[in-house]
Write a protein that binds this ligand. Structure first.
Ligand code: AQP
Length: 327
């Protein structure tokens, strides 16, 4: 079986953007591939985090993985910092990655613009991401569209290593969902929905209350045209149609036709119910899973053990090829 790898940062609570772009696709893949799903806490610290928030968010996301249906019997679920091989490989890969390439990453440019102090970890973020993926000889990486450039860089790094030191890494491919690969902010649809956005109305959290979910959809920015279209001229509406489509499985055309005469109000009303209904099973399972500390601990400990075994196989090869003396 081929390997699928993906991770989510515990830099806040997950939005429906994270859900549609990544998490919702993880469960299906477990049937066909060997999947590793990581909570990438080492990535989260590339922007400042409060220790207590990081601790809470990490366990929240682990619980969300389980609530969404990732099965620890089928997939490896673990916390990145528990497998230090990620950081080791990242350091080794730093030796074949140019600063210029890293400075060209749009996520780095966006996030560094917003930071008071730009941390060197933020620049190196994609190298750690490459290490995450390459350690497990992953073939596919299910992520949102915003990660495409980082996957391209991962491929470059893998190819560079392979050509310099001989065939070592599988060169991975991105796997983006057909609908909702980039969910936009509800308040400013030119920007992507992001869990670290200071405006709470710009995103819906998987764990928002049903009432807040409905309210945020009602408040979502549309336009004054008042005509149902799926068009780049009406970005706010287009985004809401994408969200509907991701949860309902209907195509954007079907949605536009259905609401053509009913209008925005009715569309938003129904969208609220579609999203609330889609998230309800996860929201219901979450509390129980989150409150069982020892069950969570068992999941992440066993996950780390399995991941470490695989990670070490690759890492030993890499050290050897680069000329390090074995212990
Ligand atoms: N708006 C989005 N639409 C679709 N997919 C998205 N993803 C993120 N935002 C959207 C996907 O979610 C996964 C986890 O993302 P991450 O936590 O690693 O970080 P991110 O991409 O930087 O996401 P955020 O929410 O914007 O976090 P912050 O605010 O901390 O930077 C990835 O697969 C991502 O593509």
């Amino acid at each position: 079986k081929k390997v699928v790898y993906s991770g989510i940062q515990p830099s806040g609570l997950l939005t429906i953007g994270n859900y549609i772009g990544a998490l919702s696709n993880f469960t299906e893949l477990q049937e066909e591939y060997n999947c590793l799903y990581c909570i990438v806490d080492m990535h989260a610290i590339t922007v400042p985090q409060e220790a207590k928030d990081l601790r809470k968010n990490t366990l929240d996301i682990l619980s969300l993985y389980l609530a969404a249906g990732i099965d620890p019997e089928k997939s490896i679920i673990y916390i990145q910092s528990h497998v230090p091989e990620h950081v080791e490989l990242a350091w080794l890969l730093n030796s074949i990655t140019s600063v210029g390439q890293l400075q060209r990453m749009t996520q780095y440019k966006d996030k560094s613009q917003k930071s008071k102090e730009v941390l060197s970890g933020l620049l190196n973020y994609p190298v750690l991401m490459a290490a995450d993926i390459l350690l497990y000889q992953s073939s596919f990486v299910p992520v949102g569209e915003d990660q495409r450039q980082h996957i391209e860089l991962t491929r470059d790094i893998a190819q560079k290593f392979n050509s310099r030191y001989s065939e070592t890494f599988v060169v991975p491919e991105i796997m983006v969902p057909k609908v909702g690969a980039k969910i936009m902010s509800l308040q400013n649809p030119e920007f992507k929905m992001s869990k670290s956005d200071p405006d709470k109305n710009s995103y819906i959290l998987i764990l928002d209350s049903e009432d807040d979910t409905r309210k945020k959809i009602k408040r979502a920015v549309t336009d004054s045209l008042g005509e149902m279209n799926y068009s780049n001229e009406q970005l706010g509406l287009k985004n809401l149609i994408d969200i509907h489509s991701a949860f309902s499985g209907k195509t954007p055309d079907e949605i536009v036709n259905y609401y053509r005469d009913l209008g925005y109000g009715a569309f938003k009303e129904d969208l609220g119910e579609v999203v609330v209904g889609g998230l309800r099973p996860i929201r219901q399972r979450f509390e129980e899973i989150r409150s069982d500390k020892s069950a969570l601990e068992k999941v992440y400990k066993e996950g780390a053990e399995k991941a470490s075994y695989l990670a070490n196989k690759t890492l030993r090869k890499v050290y050897k090829k680069m000329g390090f003396i074995a212990k």
